[in-house]
Design a protein around this ligand. Structure first.
Ligand code: UT7
Length: 325
């Protein structure tokens, strides 16, 4: 049965120039390179320069994705930007990107699902495309997460970094089978009972300030391993595919131990897991598209490959998405 599929037409990413190593952090808080590497797999992360905003990172990633897709930016009719660190409380950072790209048509909006933001945004774009609401969409995950960190809290400030990743997606005719290119299935979840496990202690309505990240790391870790594995099982069950069919696993890059544990749980060999956490840390909504672009550009992910995306973050929110590149 013929159907419309949402295919990835181009990918792009951007990392700020400044690199902060674990040794740099050990001069700010009581920590060591050894502790951070052993507990998280992180060696360094990128930090946005003063005055460099989430929209700047998003725009650089967007331009790279548009160039990679080989399209005229004017074709884009929808911009969905996933971020927890918008330039301003409003308007949406997506409209700044829209204006900078010279687009005056279509819709541009932000979505907030913290670290799961990109998986949410790509799922929304897929729905827009399959229902005819959009023909060509730009989906971005961009964060200046360093701006939310309490640099005196060693339990959080060592984990995160800044960056952006983007994809251009387009509608294309498919057969309605797993052999089609494009998004094959997506599964989103949230459970607000756990909103206090990972949150920012400020906001316009509560404190009229931005606030800082607070996290019960061990609790988040425990739920992440279970929730992610369940969401992946859901995507496989919905398509009838097996873990063996997956060519590349592109997870949210929170902690290498979580990713190793998840891959083992679903029976994926480590060589199929795309890992960027060592050099980028946890870039929240940017981590999945950053890792995706990395593996496309270095030639690992090839046209026709089956790729599994997943993420889990504050809320809790989590989800998985299977696509054929
Ligand atoms: O993207 C959103 C999702 N976020 C996540 O998925 C994060 C999930 N959680 C984690 O990745 C891990 O829980 C952490 C990496 C945050 C922490 O690792 P852990 O193995 O769970 O350590 P812990 O929190 O149980 O802390 C162990 C010890 C504590 O000391 P005591 O109480 O045992 O004496 C901490 O105070 O390590 C201490 N500690 C540190 N020591 C050196 C905590 N942070 C640091 C640090 N350097 N940066």
């Amino acid at each position: 049965m013929s159907t419309i599929r949402t295919i990835i037409a181009g990918t792009g990413s951007y990392l700020p120039a400044r690199v902060m190593t674990n040794d740099d952090l050990s001069k700010i808080v009581e920590t060591t390179d050894e502790w951070i590497v052993e507990r998280t797999g992180i060696h360094s992360r990128h930090i946005a320069a003063d005055g460099e905003l989430t929209s700047d990172l998003a725009l650089a990633a967007a331009r790279a994705a548009i160039a990679d897709a080989g399209i005229d930016a004017q074709e884009i009719d929808t911009i969905i930007l996933a971020t927890t660190t918008p330039d301003y409380t409003f308007p949406a950072t997506a409209v700044t990107v829209q204006a900078e790209l010279g687009l005056h048509h279509g819709a541009a909006f932000d979505i907030q699902a913290v670290c799961s933001g990109f998986v949410y945004a790509l799922t929304i774009a897929d729905t827009f495309i399959r229902t005819g609401q959009s023909k060509t969409a730009l989906v971005i995950g961009a964060e200046t997460f360093s701006r939310l960190l309490d640099w005196t809290d060693r339990t959080t400030c060592v984990l995160f970094g800044d960056g952006a990743g983007a994809v251009v997606v387009k509608g294309a005719a498919g057969e309605g089978t797993n052999a089609d290119r494009g998004v094959l299935t997506a599964h989103l979840h949230s459970d607000g009972r756990y909103k206090d496990k990972l949150y920012v202690d400020g906001g316009p309505s509560s404190t009229q300030s931005t606030g800082h990240v607070r996290m019960e790391g061990r609790e988040v870790f425990r739920h992440a391993v279970v929730n992610i594995a369940e969401a992946i099982t859901e995507s496989l069950a919905a398509t009838g595919l097996n873990a063996d069919d997956i060519d590349w696993f592109v997870p949210h890059q929170a902690n290498k131990r979580i990713l190793d544990g998840t891959a083992k749980r679903i029976g994926l060999p480590p060589e199929k897991v795309v890992l960027t956490v060592a050099e980028q840390g946890n870039t929240s909504a940017a981590s999945v598209p950053l890792a995706f672009d990395t593996a496309v550009k270095d030639g690992r992910i090839k046209k026709g490959d089956l790729v599994l995306l997943e993420a889990m973050g504050g809320g809790f929110t989590w989800g998985s998405l299977l696509l054929r590149f």
